[in-house]
Write a protein of this length. Structure first.
Length: 433
């Protein structure tokens, strides 16, 4: 009886989420001091080194492998101050971001899914009390901050705070490129098809292309586009004026040709590894072989930014954003554990009416296969990284394909569930700006 009463108390759930992260943070300090296998993510040292470069009046890109917006280095600037506490400031900030994102999830479930406090807390706890989420943020990954921006974006759209939504969208894309895929879903969702006058006008057989275009370009869509572009361009102009071309090169252009074959679950990882070695030109003609790292974007972007939004967005916006993110991560040419948080933040909205919960057999099978796919890859990755065994073929490649197929299967369930909805479970608010 203790567990149901636990979820009736906001204080209990949020206190537990804070304690969980504090425990992981303290354990991480102990492991870093006493174990050859460090708890702190290598990326965190990259972040803190970039912040240190800024403190010395240098560019954050003076730190090799810093591939992020300078804003991130500025946000964790206190890590350059003396003392172990200040070195952990970034981890604390990311963990606070986790909890803040969870609080917004709770509010969204209450206000727009019309859940009771207890039910909303249960589903928000998928994020708040998830050890994987807590571990990743306390190891020093910035995904917790991204969770705040994306969850706030969803809230702003549902609340019809269009200017705020546009500003958040522009900021999120500047901070981490991939949220741009949500623009298509949000724009498609912001229709006025419930306006009888507009619906009747565009539904007539005699409706011209001009009528349909004018109906599509409504004030909300224009406001969203202008606000998001102003935020995105304003931030980029500011960063470019301060840090020049290296900002564009490392924050954006690098990701078009990124090859990261050692520690990711992507089905492309072995092919990219083999493709990364120098190759002679074809028949001495000077024509290089095709660039797989660029072609890999094609199926990924078509699915996540075009097909899924058009097919699902008007059914259920949060579930559509989940499907988009799931497809983006599964088909990405680089796929690490941190990226799983990108779609986990949407699970509280999707799961309540999902096949994965309605059918325990399907849900348990999907979870077991998802975990097993990672375990199979990690076993092969351990042999490669720590024992020096070449496991790229067939071990890593086959385990990557297995995990990819599992993800495609789960994506199929998500898409089927969302398409089956008669209308969105998330109620649209009246017009606001």
């Amino acid at each position: 009886m203790a567990l149901p009463s636990f979820f009736r108390s906001q204080r209990a759930v949020f206190s537990a989420s804070v304690v969980l992260r504090a425990v992981f943070l303290l354990y991480g300090l102990w492991q870093d001091a006493n174990s050859p296998m460090k708890y702190t993510d290598i990326d965190y040292y990259v972040f803190t080194d970039a912040a240190r470069a800024i403190s010395h009046g240098q560019s954050p890109y003076a730190r090799d492998t810093y591939r992020y917006t300078p804003l991130l280095a500025w946000l964790i600037y206190p890590t350059v101050w003396p003392g172990k506490f200040w070195f952990s400031f970034g981890k604390i900030l990311f963990a606070v971001g986790d909890v803040a994102a969870g609080w917004m999830m709770f509010r969204i479930l209450k206000e727009y899914r019309k859940m009771s406090d207890e039910r909303a807390l249960k589903f928000a706890s998928i994020w708040l009390l998830n050890p994987m989420v807590a571990t990743i943020s306390t190891r020093g990954s910035s995904e917790g901050l991204l969770g705040v921006f994306v969850t706030a974006l969803l809230w702003a759209v549902l609340a019809k705070r269009i200017v705020l939504a546009g500003l958040l969208l522009g900021f999120a894309v500047h901070f981490k490129i991939y949220p741009f895929v949500y623009a298509a879903s949000i724009v498609w969702w912001l229709d006025e098809s419930k306006n009888k006058k507009i619906r009747d006008k565009t539904a007539r057989p005699s409706a011209s292309l001009v009528d349909q275009v004018l109906a599509f370009i409504n004030p909300q869509r224009i406001t969203l586009a202008v606000a998001s572009l102003l935020a995105f361009l304003g931030l980029n102009v500011g960063m470019y004026s301060s840090y020049g071309y290296p900002f564009l090169e490392h924050s954006y252009f690098y990701h078009l040709i990124r090859i990261d074959h050692r520690h990711n679950f992507s089905p492309y990882n072995t092919l990219l590894y083999l493709n990364s070695s120098p190759k002679p030109t074809e028949s001495g003609s000077g024509v290089q072989s095709f660039e797989l790292e660029r072609l890999a974007f094609l199926p990924q972007l078509l699915l996540s930014a075009v097909f899924i939004p058009l097919a699902l967005a008007k059914k259920d916006l949060p579930s559509t954003m989940l499907a988009q993110t799931f497809a983006f991560v599964a088909f990405n040419k680089v796929c690490t554990s941190q990226y799983f948080l990108w779609y986990m933040m949407f699970l509280p909205y999707y799961l309540p009416d999902s096949t994965l919960l309605r059918s325990s057999m399907i849900g348990i099978t999907a979870l077991v296969l998802w975990v097993a796919g990672q375990v199979a890859w990690l076993q092969q990755g351990f042999q490669l990284e720590f024992n020096g065994h070449s496991t790229f073929v067939p071990g890593l490649w086959l385990s990557s394909i297995l995990f990819f197929l599992v993800n495609v299967g789960i994506l199929g369930v998500i898409i089927h569930d969302t398409r089956s909805k008669a209308h969105s479970g998330f109620r649209k608010q009246g017009k606001r700006t």
